[in-house]
Ligand binder design. Structure first.
Ligand SMILES: [Fe+2]
Ligand SMILES: [Fe+2]
Length: 187
């Protein structure tokens, strides 16, 4: 007796692949709610763009004796957030959507906030908060996707791991700052 498997037969796979070829990478086997996934990805795209801008601002505004290496780290993070934005935008297109880069409403679409911060400590704290927001939102989206869209899920897992490194680095920077800086207002 032939063993039953849960896999779709090759004839069905071939037939299905020929239908709706205008949908590109999105096939009949795509079981996630595409509209919802596109919305979540566009919100994440907005989050990444806000993070690019916030870290960029912090890079140029970081002043003080300790600031050189911190400013460099802000720039490195800004560039990595841009990389995330690009990955997400490419996936949106693969799924048949359109990446939303519109400046109007960017901050309200984003999960993380754009806070300029007055001192170096404020900046690091705001970046740490934003990373923690990104971590929680990516974790939730990953859980929501489950096994319905493994490619998007894998991409977001990669991004999540980097956001965790970012948060860790910001926490280390905060820890490493001299006490007199940390005790400034707002701490
Ligand atoms: Fe990011
Ligand atoms: Fe980040």
């Amino acid at each position: 007796m032939q063993k039953e498997t849960l896999l779709t037969g090759v004839q069905t796979l071939r037939k299905r692949a020929r239908q709706r070829i205008d949908e590109g990478a999105v096939t009949a086997g795509y079981s996630a709610d595409r509209e919802t996934v596109l919305k979540l990805l566009n919100d994440s795209l907005a989050t990444e763009i806000v993070c690019v801008l916030r870290y960029r601002r912090h890079h140029f505004m970081a002043k003080g004796i300790q600031s050189k290496s911190i400013a460099d780290e802000f720039l490195a993070h800004s560039n990595e957030e841009q990389g995330h934005a690009d990955e997400i935008a490419a996936r949106i297109v693969q799924l048949g959507g359109e990446p939303n880069f519109a400046p109007d409403g960017l901050v309200s679409r984003s999960h993380a906030e754009y806070v300029e911060g007055e001192s170096l400590v404020d900046m690091i704290k705001e970046d740490l908060v934003a990373e923690r927001i990104a971590i929680d939102s990516y974790r939730e989206i990953i859980q929501y996707l489950g096994d319905q869209d493994p490619t998007t899920k894998r991409m977001l897992e990669g991004i999540l791991a980097v956001e965790e490194e970012h948060a860790d680095e910001m926490a280390d920077l905060l820890e490493g700052l001299p006490a007199e800086l940390k005790q400034k207002k707002g701490t």
